[in-house]
Write a new protein. Sequence first.
Length: 260
Amino acid sequence: MRRLFPVTDQTPPADVREDREWSLDELADAYAYPAGEEREGAWLRANMVSSLDGAAQHDGRSQPISSDADMRIFGTLRGLADAVVVGAETVRLEGYRPARAREAFADRRTAAGQGPAPAIVVVSASLGLDFSLPLFTKPLVPTLVLTGAAAAPDRIRDAEKAGAEVVVAGDGPGVEPARAVRALAERGLVRLLTEGGPRMLGQFAAAGVLDELCLTVSPTMTVGDAQRIAGGPALPDPARFALASVLEEEGFLFTRYRKV
C-alpha cells in the first residue's frame, strides 16, 4: 500500500502518507477490529475482490483479478481474525487449506488473547466435502463446520471422525446467518472474517449481520457472466454502508465500508 486517502477524522501521520509500501504492522493497525462499545458481540467483516465490470472471479477463481498487494491485505485480515467463515463451494473451488501461524502477527494475537491462527469455519448444508483434506485432518486450529439440523447423520460422523467440530446453526437444511454468528460468538470467536463465496455473502448481507465490507476494486475487466461479490434474491431496500478508508496501489483500490 503506497497511498492513503483519509476519509475519517483519523488522519495518518506524515510518514505513513509517504509514497512507500506499508509494513504489516501499519496494515494491521489500519484494519484493526473495533473495540469496546464500538463492537457489541461479534463483528463480521467480508473481504472480496471485484473487477471494474463487477466480476468477483475469472474462470471460477478470484486470483486472476487479484494482486500482490491484495494478497498482503488478505493475509493481514486473516492475521487479525478469530475465525474465517467460508462457503463449501469456495472451499472446493479455491482449494482451501488450514490457516497458518504467522510470526508477523504472533505478538498481536497473543495480546488479544487469540490462538496462533484463525479457525476456518466451513458453511455447508449438504456436508458434501472431502473430509480427508488437510483442512479437516491437519489444521493448526480445529476446523468448524456449520450446517443445518437436516444434515445427514453419516456426513456429520464423517466430519467429526476427521477432526472437525460440527455446529448446527439452522433448523432446516441450511445455516441461518444470525444463528451462525451467535454460535461462533458463544465459542469466543468474535472477530469474524468471511471470504465468500458470493451466495453466502449475500445471505449474510440479507440477514443484516454483515458489519463491514473490505472490497478490492481491481483495475481489470473480464466481461463474461461471472458472479458478483454477493448473490441471491434482491433486498427490499438497498443496505447502506459508509466509506471508512481507501488505500491505493498500482491502480487497485482497497476500500473499507461499514454498515450504517
